[in-house]
Write a protein that binds this ligand. Sequence first.
Ligand code: PLP
Length: 402
Amino acid sequence: MAPTLSNEILLKAAKEFSTPLYVYDEERIHFQYAKLIQAFQKSDVSIFYACKALSNINVLRIFRDLGAGIDCVSLNEVQFALKAGVDPSKIIFTPNSVSFDDYTEAVSIGVNINIDNLEILQQFGTVYGNTYPVVVRINPHILAGGNIKISTGHIDSKFGISIDQVGQILDIKKQTGLAIKGLHLHTGSEIKEVDVFLNGLNLLLELSNQFEELTVIDLGGGFKIPYKPDEKGVDIEQLGEKLFERLDQFQHSNNRKFQIWFEPGKFLVSEAGYFLTKANIIKENPTRHFIGVDSGFNHLIRPMFYDAYHIIDNISNARGPLKTYNVVGNICETDTFAWDRELPEVHAGDILMFKNAGAYGFEMSSRFNSRTRPAEVIVAKGEMKLIRRRETLDDLLQGQIL
Ligand SMILES: *Cc1c(COP(=O)(O)O)cnc(C)c1O
């Protein structure tokens, strides 16, 4: 059974550290990672945690201790990973729309570099030739993922080099001597269908004939996890099985073997996270009952940003009679966490807990409305540890020239 944090410990955390508060369960992170390792054990698979989901150094250390690599989309994330003690050889730098300077810095650090446009590829080849093998991100023209805003592999997406432009990649390779050690794709987030990953694999296997020095196939992240009560996530075991079969078959017919890299974010941390808020006011309007909590989309933007659904529970009154509410935040704009949600009756002061808040929760938070960002706590072996203190007015003023 997947480990979860009890209402008791969550209430204790809210009491001790106040709200709004992000709480993470280390045991659940271990559990999710073990599930992947187990599912992919028959193939040569490496997992790189996509740390833009949740980048607190304490979380990155957990992944370092598990032996995972880290996928970074900015140089600052690379610095975080280094600070957490991750070896550069286990870091992938997968930026989009950054300048060539970022790539030169990444070279000086010695991380794996993933290039996603032809212009940089040309420049990189001209400067480094065959001295620094890179991974190239392909846009496979596959539409996948839970919402168009989190789809990254369709034909109109800004990510990757179109599969129709592989000829140009080969030209650059020939002309500059650039060494391409890997091909990558990441088609989106919340992908439920195993076949999307297999189609991606097949596509890159097909291309591999044209890249003789290729050793790595990177299939990105985006594993779907359940958000709604009756939802199912991607069937990781089935994916592991089918991946192995396909690679085995390819090895037999082509006499080539590849390392497979995955870069999951959400799958590893989403279900390990809980977001705790306090009900400030209950407003009974003629048509709607609102619960106004001590937070807003500045702290958890997913519902407003891409209509994400988070299970919410009233953990102060878990057995109370059900009533229907709109759960809203305190930001002075439309700020709705949930519409027409049945919750055990809520009174001012009750603690509302949001599930699935580990990924893209704190990480996408802001200081909009000049509110401070929440604290973060991690629970390991029953012990609570503060891993980011709550911000103060001074934090908001810091950096302003007064
Ligand atoms: C965001 C991202 C991921 C992780 O996506 P999840 O949906 O969180 O698994 C993986 N790879 C790249 C390149 C990304 O940008």
